[in-house]
Ligand binder design. Structure first.
Ligand code: HEM
Length: 329
């Protein structure tokens, strides 16, 4: 990043770095391999993830007006029909390589773990492909987007950035922050929690849920067949739940510690219950580590020609409408 910044008058579009890093990070965990920048595999994979996001985030009129299903006016079914076999063949190749141990890694990766399941737990290839793809798909953008929001808030609040840097330096010095340091960094945890509150990457959790029975929820009758959404964004911005909800104030989490992994519904950015995010520990640890290392290494400052714009755009995740462009020193 520093070389790039030096070559570009100190200005960096952080999203580009974060998205590449995030894809590689998840590929390493799930498939046990990284993809060279500019390689054909890396380009195919990013393009498939992007297409998947567009399709899942699109409002499909045919879901709501069944008469349109046969016409597929937005071409959504057609695009899914093209994407599914591409994903299947990409992931199947990686499973086959693991079976033949072409890519033998020192540490078992997630594919090795799935392949080692036996007896009643044994998975068919089709199920493995679904699980693996879901992890890549769900684990890539969320981490990159959240980190971009964090850097944006740190640029807007230099005093918070410098307090955070002080904590990191006092606990890790100049040595690269390690995962084992994270638990001690209480202010870092507070900053990340506050970013999850202000900018939950999945503001509607998994978008839609279908009631398969009649249900009564908080006094409301929800008939079977209803599609419902959980608006986590609205809860995390509700003034009856949070004081000064529009203020980025990590200190609130120093005053009261709130679990973000699904036990406290005031702040459940990973969902809760049976469909809670299975990657929450990994996602959280990654964002904490990246934030700590970025702040330890660099100073982020606003550029007068490109002010930070906190406007959100709701795609499958909630992202910055204007990609963040900052000075990196
Ligand atoms: C900061 C990072 C992340 C955030 C904020 C996040 C958030 C979420 C949310 C809100 C859901 C929907 C929960 C619900 O509907 O109740 C979800 C589901 C899911 N997440 Fe994450 N996630 C993150 C990282 C990851 C990572 C790193 C992985 C994989 C390694 C992952 C894998 C999944 C999967 C597979 C699901 C679907 C679970 C299901 O449908 O049952 N996520 N995530």
């Amino acid at each position: 990043m520093s070389t790039f910044a030096a070559e570009n008058h100190g200005l960096v579009r952080v999203r580009d770095f974060l998205q590449r890093a995030s894809l590689n990070n998840i590929m390493q965990t799930v498939f046990g391999r990284r993809f060279e920048d500019g390689s054909e595999d890396a380009a195919r994979l990013s393009e498939m993830v992007r297409e998947g996001f567009e399709l899942l985030g699109a409002f499909n009129w045919a879901d709501h007006l069944p008469a349109l299903k046969a016409v597929d006016p937005q071409n959504i079914l057609q695009r899914c029909a093209v994407l599914v076999p591409r994903v299947t063949s990409f992931v199947q190749k990686i499973i086959d390589e693991h079976r033949q141990q072409v890519t033998k890694a020192a540490e078992p990766d997630f594919v090795d773990v799935l392949l080692s399941l036996d007896g009643e737990d044994k998975l068919e290839d089709a199920d493995m492909i679904a699980v693996l793809w879901e992890m890549i798909f769900r684990g890539t953008d969320t981490v990159a987007l959240l980190t971009e929001w964090i850097v944006a808030e740190l640029v807007l609040h230099p005093e918070i950035q410098s307090k955070l840097r002080d904590e990191i330096i006092s606990l890790a010095g100049k040595s690269r922050v390690a995962e084992s340091d994270l638990n001690k960094m209480v202010y870092l945890q507070a900053v990340v929690k506050e970013a999850l509150r202000m900018h939950p990457p999945g503001p509607l959790l998994s978008w839609a849920r279908l009631a398969i029975h009649d249900v009564s929820l908080a006094g409301h009758h929800i008939p079977a067949g209803t599609t419902a959404m959980v608006n986590m964004w609205s809860i995390t911005h509700d003034p009856s739940v949070w004081s000064e909800p529009e203020k980025f104030n990590p200190e609130r989490f120093l005053e009261q510690d709130i679990d973000v992994k699904g036990t406290d519904l005031r702040l459940a950015p990973f969902g809760a219950g049976r469909r809670v995010c299975p990657g929450r520990a990994l996602g959280l640890a990654t964002v904490l580590l990246w934030t700590a290392r970025l702040v330890q290494e660099f100073q982020f400052q606003a550029d007068s020609l490109h002010p930070v714009d906190l406007t959100e755009v709701l795609k499958l995740s909630s992202e910055m409408a204007t990609p963040l462009l900052v000075k990196v020193l």
